[in-house]
Design a protein around this ligand. Sequence first.
Ligand SMILES: NC(=O)c1ccc[n+]([C@@H]2O[C@H](COP(=O)([O-])OP(=O)(O)OC[C@H]3O[C@@H](n4cnc5c(N)ncnc54)[C@H](OP(=O)(O)O)[C@@H]3O)[C@@H](O)[C@H]2O)c1
Length: 315
Amino acid sequence: MDTEATHVLLVGGTGRFGHQLASALLSRPGIHLHVLVRPHTRPESLEGLADQGVTLVEGSLQVARSLDSAVEGMDVVVSAVRGGHDVMVEGQLRLLHAARRKGVMRFIPSDYSPDYFALREGEDPRLDWHRHVAEAVVDSGMRYTFVLCGAFMEVALSPAAHVFDLERGHVAYWGTGDEPFDVTSMNDVARFVAEAVTDRRAENRRVELVGDVVTVNDVARRYEALTGRQLQRVCRGTVEDLRRHLARASAPVDAAREGLVQPHLLIQLAGRGRLQDPDADAFARRHPLSVREYLEAMLRPWMASPGEASLPAHP
Ligand SMILES: NC(=O)c1ccc[n+]([C@@H]2O[C@H](COP(=O)([O-])OP(=O)(O)OC[C@H]3O[C@@H](n4cnc5c(N)ncnc54)[C@H](OP(=O)(O)O)[C@@H]3O)[C@@H](O)[C@H]2O)c1
């Protein structure tokens, strides 16, 4: 019933993770979902949203007035945006201030990341942005939930993370390749966030979700065992070299311009940002996807007919 529904505004619902989050929110009873869409959004990015009972609201993080009307009457604002400083910091702060002015109860910023609270300023400038926003959220007095999940499995195991290029048969590593990292599937994170928006126990805290903990060598060995194909391992340097590379490569101006730097796996391989206290209860009721299951699902078509299908790289 609408009078009892939780009204949720999702910003970034046309993005890769945001789209999964929209589906997860739509599958929860008692949620009325509004999605902010930019005026020139391509129709294909709205696929499946418009015809599922979602209220589409036109606006942009760049236009404060559009945010005031978008947050009006909302109980929770969830952000899944990605971009440069203008989006991740300036835009999200504009959204936060609109939400506070209009009496929204809870704000969930676009984190879905390793533990940026544990990093020193400058260690990874893009993750500094997350911390700056989180501090502003706490200072605003609004209720909040910060969602930390290590790296997304789908991104960490793809060439975008600059470590695995399974299609070409390469793995690049720093240190020994035995440095552990936290990884969680987007779908598991999306389902968790969808539950958290109506769960008061998720208020005013950071939630740490971990689907699996693996090393570069673990992933390579699992892939090799499943395919019988040997990956070529390339050592890129020491962990110290990686730290220097990250601080340089993710300088905000380059990241914003090139959109290339994906720090969520690399920072962990540098031994930083690992989750300290994963929330055992968060996944107690479900079985989060493991890396082994992810690789098996990815390789299933090839395993069914290894001679015919080509080896898939990643989804
Ligand atoms: N842990 C990990 O390994 C990992 C990996 C990837 C991403 N992430 C995180 O997940 C979140 C989402 O990332 P993603 O890869 O799904 O992003 P994405 O696919 O690039 O989508 C970005 C979204 O932000 C929206 N957006 C950008 N600028 C906007 C503005 N000015 N006003 C309103 N909306 C705007 C885009 O809208 P349009 O469709 O209109 O452009 C789109 O919906 C980010 O916090 C990112 O850091 C984590």
